[in-house]
Design a binder for this molecule. Structure first.
Ligand SMILES: C[S@@+](CC[C@H](N)C(=O)[O-])C[C@H]1O[C@@H](n2cnc3c(N)ncnc32)[C@H](O)[C@@H]1O
Ligand code: SF4
Ligand code: SF4
Ligand code: SF4
Length: 560
């Protein structure tokens, strides 16, 4: 048979474009025997959010099992509290294809020899025991209600069951949630887990659900590429005897005559008059600008010198402009006597000043950008401008304030701990997954790429961990509300119907385009798009909320 008349080989589509999910994450219970301080459950109203998956719901999942590469039987909650766990495992194993695996994460407290054997006999392939400290005191502070000996007991029981059941393929792992106060325990805990039979370890940063966990966040907000570029330019500046950290001092160093100073003062006052807190947010939203707030207000209605001339040249011009400005700000109060009247009086007095040959409002742009810098300061300013230009050309978002405020000592300490952890992994043969110290800019959503679907105890089907539940979290000083995103409920449709529904398919395609912004590096985060009660779109027009998600940036990991 020639090349030409061979039957064409149709390639298997990538997992998110298949007609079935390749991985299912199934939460059979959300109940738990511990109260870990960083767990999302600590922020829940348990009476409304806890429950067990019904047998009927689990049965609806069976149509997906013959296609699965992996079934992970946990969400929030402790799987070992569910007495049906072994039955679920064996039902799934009967239908799942060769080479696929069933696993779950557990706090391990309920794992004794008998339970370990029954899990292996049911067909369990992988288990990941959660432990975040070796030191008993730290362990108890984090995993409230648990004991570090419980983890040791679980690991020993699993190792023995593996031997007893003749299952050398069975994999025992450890999951470590990295926080500022347990980071240094990582290498010792890895060594201990490996000595007790663990063959893999997953390390994740903490997602701060509770406000108190916010200070425990160990990764930084600046992305890897931004940190690298910033460090290069800082070294360059240092080689010229300059410090990038002085940039903002230099940036705002003005050279103005007294009358120009007065003009700038007026404009600042005018802008402040017009831009009450809420109004300013609106202007920022409309402008999408990272300009300092005082300039945004003025620039929002007069963008060029010509417009400014027009604006302040005749009465109707600036009256119209004020109306436009107040309409943008949207506050009826501002349009009333106090706001408008005050702005009008200020402008009138300045127009009189113009008539007397004093500074002119139309000089605003000249004045606002008139700086007094020494040649060294100017060089520093220019260096930063060059750095920003390079960042733009390489599509790297820079958040200068955050970059200059980096906790470098901490980043270096994490590098040191991670290097030690890698050495332990090499010495013990542990397969180690470490998170990034900084979020990576080359994003990849493993959940969508892997063809994952997430099923809550109540039968709702979600696209990823981030959107599995409703919660609040604390990201670098701001509180974020996340609404669960569900594409259907198993009491109404089959899992394959939900997976193939146009909305779920479109969601996956939109994620795979990776065309969303980097919200954590945006100067106006959280903008009105992110503050909306129900996320509708970001500033690029994407309807997927991935621009403000760290899961695709390599700082969070889980069993998958
Ligand atoms: C929610 S638990 C459910 C399974 C089981 N109860 C356990 O603790 O292993 C799944 C994993 O998430 C981890 N985890 C809990 N809170 C977290 C947080 N705030 N950020 C990152 N991982 C977290 C747990 O340590 C565990 O390894
Ligand atoms: S054991 Fe797991 S589910 Fe339970 S509180 Fe701790 S992290 Fe949350
Ligand atoms: S959607 Fe994100 S990147 Fe866009 S303006 Fe809002 S915070 Fe900034
Ligand atoms: S929100 Fe995050 S985890 Fe969810 S699909 Fe988007 S990138 Fe992936």
């Amino acid at each position: 048979m020639t090349q030409n008349n061979e039957t064409p080989q149709t390639e298997m589509p990538i997992p998110p474009r298949r007609l079935w999910p390749s991985k299912l994450f199934v939460e059979t219970t959300t109940r738990c025997n511990l109260r870990c301080r960083m767990c999302v459950k600590e922020t829940w109203d348990r009476s409304t959010m806890e429950g067990e998956m019904s047998d009927e719901t689990f049965a609806v999942l069976e149509s997906a099992f013959p296609h699965l590469e992996a079934l992970v039987l946990n969400g929030v909650g402790e799987p070992l509290l569910d007495p049906r766990l072994e039955e679920f495992i064996s039902r799934a194993k009967m239908l799942m294809p060769a080479g696929s695996w069933v696993g779950f994460q557990s706090n391990g407290m309920l794992l004794d020899g008998a339970r370990a054997v029954s899990l292996l006999e049911a067909g369990l392939d992988r288990i990941c025991i959660s432990a975040d400290a070796l030191n008993p005191e730290t362990f108890r502070q984090i995993r409230r209600g648990g004991e570090e000996q419980g983890v040791e007991r679980a690991l020993v029981a699993l190792h023995e069951a593996k031997e007893r059941c003749g299952r050398p393929d069975f994999q025992i792992g450890l999951e470590f949630v990295l926080m500022r106060d347990n980071t240094r325990e990582l290498p010792d805990l890895l060594r201990r887990a490996a000595s007790l039979g663990a063959s893999f370890a997953i390390v994740t940063h903490v997602l701060a659900y509770a406000e108190s966990s916010g200070t425990q966040t160990a990764f930084e907000s600046n992305m890897d590429g931004a940190v690298e570029l910033f460090n290069e330019w800082r070294n360059k500046a240092e080689s010229e005897g300059l410090e990038l950290a002085n940039y903002f001092k230099v940036l705002w160093k003005y050279m103005r005559t007294p009358s120009e100073q007065e003009l700038a003062g007026f404009l600042a006052e005018f802008a402040t008059t017009a831009s009450l807190d809420e109004g300013l947010d609106k202007v920022r939203e409309i402008m999408g600008s990272s300009l300092p707030s005082k300039q945004i207000t003025i620039k929002s209605f007069a963008d060029t010198r010509g417009q400014l001339q027009q604006l302040f040249g005749d009465d109707q011009g600036w009256r119209d402009a004020l109306e436009r400005l107040f309409a943008v700000l949207g506050d009826p109060e501002l349009r009333g006597d106090s706001g408008f009247g005050r702005a009008e009086a200020l402008i009138r007095s300045w127009k009189e000043g113009v008539a007397n040959g004093e500074a002119c409002l139309a000089d605003y742009l000249t004045v606002i950008w008139k700086y007094s810098r020494t040649p060294k300061e100017q060089r520093l300013y220019d260096l930063v401008e060059e750095m920003k230009a390079e960042a733009r050309s390489r599509d790297i978002s820079l958040h200068l304030k955050n970059l200059m405020a980096r906790d470098e000592e901490w980043a270096a300490e994490m590098e040191r701990v991670f290097a030690e952890a890698r050495t332990v992994a090499l010495e013990t043969g542990l397969a180690l997954t470490l998170p990034g110290i900084a979020p990576v800019s080359s994003r990849r959503c493993e959940f969508v790429e892997g063809g994952g679907a997430f099923v809550s105890w109540n039968g709702n089907v979600h696209p990823c961990y981030f959107l599995w539940h409703q919660y609040g979290c604390h990201l670098f000083g701001r509180k974020k509300f996340v609404n669960a995103k569900s594409f259907g409920n198993l009491s109404e449709s089959g899992i394959l119907d939900i997976w193939n529904a146009p909305a779920f398919r479109a969601f996956r395609d939109d994620v795979l385009a990776y065309d969303f912004p980097y919200c954590s590096n945006c100067n106006v985060v959280p903008c009105q798009y992110l503050k909306a009660e129900e996320f509708e779109q970001d500033c690029y027009g994407n309807t997927v909320p991935c621009g403000d998600c760290f899961w695709c940036m390599g700082v969070f990991n889980c069993l998958q």
